[in-house]
Design a protein around this ligand. Structure first.
Ligand code: DON
Length: 573
């Protein structure tokens, strides 16, 4: 009896000394010199090899991006586009926009029938959905501006993986199988990704000879090989044959663009994120500015009150996003206002502490106010330079077409435009005229490659795929670390919520909210809806595994890949 009582006393005192009660999660991968966190183990290997041979974070990013185009065809790409945030150890920053553009023959109503109804599938499958790819131009600009290694050396791992093949692990095979039905309808895709019409199984060596040749041409001739040479010619020829509107002049005109990132501060942390044509930085900064006015930590992680404030902040940020934002070459939304503390304070003034704001009570598109596939990787090198890069084909495997002889899957990024103001896109986003289609315009994105600093020092590198769920996932990882005392493993693994103004719902991953919490939120007027996984966060924390946590020996870098997708690796050295 006495023994039992002593044992109980020991347990009680143990739980008193161990601080907050937080679900356990695998510890972050710790390293001293460099860290690469990507959606595929072989792409992370390629990045680490570059870092070890003296390349900087941008060199490694270029090698990882080309390798992912081979090993992670779900989203790694040459036929898509994306955004890269760089922060150098001296504090200087850069941003490269290599988002796709609409072909010159595109029109605002190209996806509508004569009655003005959106034609299902036209903006998501086949050549009619394809925007002019930006990835090769973006990686070339990054190399010219920041790289230190020869292009051929950075493409070599990708070329080897395509030419000699790589053996599919279970995660690779099961993920590839998801595209099987569409691959079967596209002869070049079927020749690579199917075995007599059936998905390849674990253990198969996936060889991509055409892709190896395309990569070799880029290694030798740079962006010209893609935009002016045989690759563009094959894509344009296939597009003309199969209902697309792509022209050689669209490819010749494509340009990656350098921009200033969006920046803001949150409880002493400095946020550097993606500017227009991505909405990511605006949504992150506007939401954080609103949330800063609430004592989130004290309210408790996923308490009903905390989730209520999160929801109301997100509702307002997405409302502004959806109605106002678009390509800055075409529209001029007041980004400074949307990301200012004063505007956030004004919005907070309209948030009731105990009642949901009906989304329909905020103005809708047309009222006059408006003037999943992606992948993210995070890299830090031995000097402390950081790259946060998200790029995409839009849907997994994009438009599910591959131009003959190229091995290159093409994007369906045109669906990120508003096919018709007020009509939801593939992510259920309801947007206004500022994101309408126009020739040469970039579709608005949600991709949110982000870097955080603290007192001028690198603190976090973070990003994810997930369409409209990207900013919310990035926000929750930041807040889990800053507000809720989680280490990076807990912050990435913790279940998430999502809200995007319309539909008027609070989405939650299973186990994210207790039944009691859901009941309280419903009582406030929130419409609660369970959701599946949307994201794969790839994140790095610098200094320690979490704020106030003990470093592991000498390790300064802590990497985590989100387990919500079946492939990916955080790798350090
Ligand atoms: O740019 C965007 O916002 C979308 N095209 C991203 C798509 C995406 O993240 C899909 N991921 N699974």
């Amino acid at each position: 009896m006495r023994m039992v009582r002593m044992a109980i006393a020991a347990i009680v005192s143990l739980s008193l000394v161990s601080t907050p009660v937080i679900a356990a999660a695998p510890a972050p991968v710790a390293a001293d010199h460099g860290m690469v966190v990507s959606a595929h183990r072989l792409a992370s290997d390629a990045g680490i090899a570059v870092l070890k041979s003296g390349g900087n974070a941008v060199d490694a990013a270029i090698a990882v991006a080309y390798a992912l185009a081979v090993t992670f065809p779900e989203a790694g790409n040459l036929g898509g586009g994306g955004f890269m945030v760089v922060r150098w150890h001296d504090g200087s920053k850069g941003f490269i926009d290599f988002r796709e553009t609409a072909p010159m023959a595109a029109t605002a109503t190209m996806y509508q029938d004569k009655q003005g109804n959106v034609i299902p599938g036209l903006s998501t499958r086949g050549y009619s959905a394809v925007g002019i790819p930006g990835t090769v131009a973006g990686l070339e600009l990054a190399l010219a501006k920041y790289g230190t290694m020869p292009r051929a050396q950075l493409l070599a791992p990708a070329i080897g993986l395509a030419r000699d093949g790589f053996v599919l692990e279970r995660g690779d095979a099961s993920f590839l199988a998801e595209g099987a039905e569409d691959f079967a309808k596209d002869t070049p895709s079927a020749a690579v990704f199917l075995d007599h019409g059936k998905p390849w199984t674990t253990g198969h060596r996936l060889v991509q000879a055409d892709l190896a040749r395309s990569l070799q041409a880029i290694a030798t001739n740079g962006a010209a090989a893609f935009y002016k040479g045989s690759i563009a010619k094959s894509i344009v020829a296939a597009s003309k044959q199969r209902g697309g509107i792509l022209e050689m002049s669209d490819f010749a005109a494509y340009k990656a663009v350098e921009r200033d990132p969006i920046e803001c501060d949150y409880r002493g942390y400095h946020v550097i994120s993606a500017p227009l044509p991505s909405s990511g930085g605006v949504v992150v900064c506007e939401t954080l500015n609103i949330l800063e006015g609430y004592p989130l930590g004290k309210l408790g992680w996923h308490s009903a009150q905390g989730v209520h404030y999160w929801t109301e902040a997100l509702r307002r940020a997405y409302h502004d996003r959806n109605l106002n934002l678009g390509d800055p070459a075409f529209v001029k939304p007041d980004v400074e206002r949307f990301t200012s503390k004063a505007y956030a304070a004004k919005l907070r003034g309209n948030i009731a502490p105990d009642r949901a704001t009906p989304s329909a009570s905020l103005p809708a598109p047309g009222s006059g106010q408006e003037g999943s596939s992606t992948t993210h990787f995070s890299i830090v090198d031995a000097q402390g330079n950081a790259v946060s890069l998200t790029y995409t084909l839009n849907d997994w495997f994009g438009a599910r077409v591959m131009a003959p002889g190229t091995g290159i899957l093409l994007n369906d990024e045109m669906d990120d435009f508003s096919s018709k103001p007020g009509a939801p896109n593939m992510y259920g986003l309801v947007e206004g005229a500022n994101n309408a289609i126009a020739p040469g315009k970039r579709p608005m994105s949600s991709m949110t490659p982000t870097i955080l600093t603290k007192d001028g020092k690198l603190f976090m590198v973070v990003g994810t795929p997930g369409g409209s769920h990207i900013p919310t996932a990035v926000l929750q990882v930041i807040s889990n670390v800053v507000d809720y005392d989680m280490d990076l493993g807990q912050a990435v693994n913790a279940p998430r919520i999502h809200e995007q103004w319309l539909p008027d719902k609070v989405y939650y991953e299973r186990y994210a909210l207790s039944a009691d919490t859901i009941r309280i939120l419903e009582g406030m007027g929130h419409q609660m809806e369970p959701m599946d996984y949307w994201n794969q966060i790839a994140a790095i924390l610098v200094g320690a595994p979490g704020i106030g946590k003990k470093p592991l020996g000498d390790a300064t870098l802590y990497g985590v890949i989100d387990p919500r997708l079946p492939t990916g690796l955080a790798e350090g050295y």
